[in-house]
Write a new protein. Structure first.
Ligand SMILES: Nc1ncnc2c1ncn2[C@@H]1O[C@H](COP(=O)(O)OP(=O)(O)OP(=O)(O)O)[C@@H](O)[C@H]1O
Ligand SMILES: O=P(O)(O)OC[C@H]1O[C@H](OP(=O)(O)OP(=O)(O)O)[C@H](O)[C@@H]1O
Ligand SMILES: [Mg+2]
Length: 284
């Protein structure tokens, strides 16, 4: 039996459940008050936990696999197997000071107070720089602290930057870049085919999100030009089409962010009936 710990609420819950569903592991029952849920695999269950508790649950074996932020994993120092960057929940821990502050570098904070929900990452950061600071641990509303005399600077999560701006704070350094990771218990994950399957399924869904399947008809005389346009491929699949003229069907997988320019170029070199199709999974 494999137990996967996922965030029970907060911003990581929905995208995690969605990704598991796309990977063929729908969370069958649940709701925020439930502790456990089934999946369609009798050998895999879901455990709902606080994102910040998941690294230690996985380290200690309460869960075999977990989904949580890299910042939370690093902060707890949990010894876990890092299986996969899941590509969402991107955010940074940033060092910020009040807009009017003249303390504009980490070095200028020598002897100052830094408020944060991430005392371990923060003290490691300043230690590496050889700057002595006093860490003030808070459990929320960190942005407030410089304005009420509790701290001179903060290390807090920022993604859009809106919260910093609203609170008249300016970022002076990026301390830590985070995204959501799939992790596993070091002992149970060694040579465990079920955990490998979970990881591979999720990875194939993530990889597919950034790709599109292109299908088009190409007159034989345009094939070489079309091949030149299709970027970075092991070579497109080329098939004969039953038609009066000499038409070929060309299929290829390309990066989603190249679709716009590629389709236009393909048209200009003679490709017709171009179809762009999403891919559900892409196994290496
Ligand atoms: N804009 C953001 N603000 C806060 N955390 C974010 C943001 N974007 C991604 N994250 C990540 O989400 C994780 C925090 O998840 P958590 O469930 O504690 O957050 P939450 O949605 O703020 O929930 P809560 O309401 O309990 O504070 C961290 O790993 C963090 O890096
Ligand atoms: O750069 P932004 O896009 O503005 O996001 C960053 C803000 O979002 C988070 O707060 P959250 O909404 O989780 O509230 P909380 O402090 O109560 O957890 C985080 O603690 C920052 O305050
Ligand atoms: Mg929060």
């Amino acid at each position: 039996m494999i137990r996967i710990a996922i965030p029970n609420k907060g911003r990581l819950h929905d995208p995690t459940v969605e990704l598991l569903k796309e990977a063929g592991l729908p969370v069958l029952e649940g709701g925020t008050r439930k502790l456990f849920a089934k999946t369609n695999d009798p050998e895999i269950t879901i455990l709902f936990a606080r994102a910040s508790d998941i690294p230690e649950y996985v380290q200690d074996g309460a869960a075999d696999v977990g989904v949580t932020g890299l910042d939370l994993i690093s902060e707890t120092g949990a010894q876990v197997e890092m299986l996969l960057d899941m590509g969402f929940g991107r955010a940074s821990l940033v060092l910020a000071v009040p807009e009017e502050s003249h303390l504009n570098t980490p070095q200028s904070l020598e002897g100052k107070r830094i408020a944060t929900e991430f005392p371990n990452i923060t003290s490691r950061y300043f230690k590496n720089l050889g700057v002595n600071v006093e860490i003030v641990k808070v459990s929320g509303a960190c942005e407030l602290t410089p304005h009420v005399g509790i701290a001179d600077a903060i290390v807090d999560i920022s993604s859009s930057g809106t919260t910093l701006a609203t609170n008249h704070l300016k970022m002076i350094e990026n301390v830590f870049s985070s995204s959501v990771y799939l992790i596993a218990n070091k002992k149970t994950s060694a040579n465990n085919s079920k955990i490998e399957q979970i990881s591979t399924s999720i990875e194939s869904v993530i990889r597919a999100k950034g790709k599109r399947y292109l299908m088009m008809n190409v007159p034989e005389s345009s094939l070489e030009a079309v091949k030149q346009v299709l970027p970075g491929l092991a070579g497109p699949t080329v098939m004969k089409v039953e038609a009066s003229q000499s038409i070929l069907a060309v299929h290829a997988v390309i990066d989603a962010d190249l679709i716009f320019s590629t389709v236009n170029k393909l048209k200009s070199v003679g490709a017709k009936d171009v179809l762009v199709i999403p891919i559900e999974r892409l196994m290496p």
